[in-house]
Ligand binder design. Structure first.
Ligand code: SF4
Ligand code: SF4
Length: 324
């Protein structure tokens, strides 16, 4: 089956969902994209998934993909050759997969989850080698990155540094773009990344090559809009009705919401099999997809954004609480 890139983007993107185009973000994704991938003669692309300084949350999130489910992904879309948590092999046998991949230039996609330790020669994140000469994640990224067809940085840690690179860190945590600035790569941030963002990007790379990216190398099909633009509490913001506590009605601006500076489509895509999303559940957006996460230039996660950060967004002059 032939699926045009234009229709693929429509299926994936928040813009189409906002317009109510049928079949978005659900079983139609599975049917349409799976058929297109099945017709793709290139077959399942080998994927090498490395973990650096991470909590493995992006792996957990990706494995919980619903449309398609992870079995479909592993059988029909990718060939997951290396993944520290779920591969069957271990020890030298597992590490030999990485060594062999370095000889297969352009034949695999490298996924990196977690930031890269660079202090003390990268000693705070290692995999393989021996006690006297451990192989660091920094070594593996430098060895494998240049041979990869593309690098997918899954999660904010590998994309921008994330929590391991927060103020006060001592491991020299850096993003993959800082380690390999000239490499072909896509950032799929989020703490964690949404499974659709990961699987959709892999599908785009397989079917059409690199997707269109924004200035932070994020696929526009998922990250073009500000959270604030598509927020269901936006009318409260416009009316100046502010929540004072997490369970209140009202805009969550004063509780630290980073929706006005954060890019993602969670408000219409939903999390946990479309059940809910961050702001609807009563928690402010923490701006987890942004390069500034988690420090946000000193504002932190729960301080209200200063007016200077709200350029171009109508500011409320007469704020009141929902209860007033
Ligand atoms: S500040 Fe946050 S809660 Fe308020 S409208 Fe914007 S995104 Fe929604
Ligand atoms: S709405 Fe905010 S906290 Fe939720 S996924 Fe998007 S950027 Fe992250």
């Amino acid at each position: 089956m032939s699926l045009s890139r234009r229709n693929f983007i429509k299926l994936m993107s928040s813009g189409a969902a906002a317009l109510g185009v049928s079949g978005i973000i659900g079983p139609a994704w599975l049917n349409t994209v799976s058929k297109a991938l099945a017709a793709n003669k290139a077959g399942n692309i080998p994927v090498i998934w490395l973990q650096g300084q991470s909590c493995a949350g992006c792996s957990v999130s990706t494995i919980n993909t619903r449309f398609p489910d992870i079995a479909e992904v592993l059988i029909s879309i990718i060939s997951l050759e290396f993944h520290p948590n779920i591969m069957a092999s271990s020890g030298y046998l597992a590490l030999s997969i990485l060594e062999n991949a370095t000889k297969k230039a352009g034949e695999f996609v490298l996924v990196v989850e977690g930031s890269i330790s660079t202090a003390d020669k990268g000693l705070y994140s290692t995999m393989g080698g021996d006690d006297n000469n451990p192989t660091t994640t920094l070594d593996w990224v430098k060895k494998l990155g240049p041979s990869a067809k593309a690098i997918l940085n899954v999660g904010t840690c590998s994309s921008f540094g994330g929590i391991p690179a927060a103020d006060g860190q001592e491991t020299g945590a850096k993003s993959v773009p800082e380690i390999l600035p000239g490499a072909t790569m896509i950032n799929i941030p989020g703490c964690p990344s949404h499974p659709d963002w990961v699987i959709g990007t892999i599908a785009h790379v397989l079917l059409y090559g690199l997707p269109e990216l924004d200035r932070d190398r994020r696929p526009k099909m998922f990250f073009a809009n500000l959270v604030h633009e598509l927020c269901e509490r936006r009318h409260y913001y416009e009316e100046g009705i502010m929540a004072e506590d997490y369970s209140d009605e009202g805009c969550l601006h004063e509780l630290g919401c980073k929706g006005p500076i954060a890019h993602c489509d969670a408000s219409i895509r939903g999390w946990n099999n479309r059940v809910n999303w961050c702001v609807r559940s009563g928690g402010p957006c923490i701006g987890c997809t942004e390069p500034s996460f988690p420090d946000h230039k000193g504002d932190g996660l729960y301080a209200a954004l200063p007016e200077s950060a709200l350029q171009g967004i109508a500011w409320v002059k007469n704020k009141k609480t929902a209860a007033a």
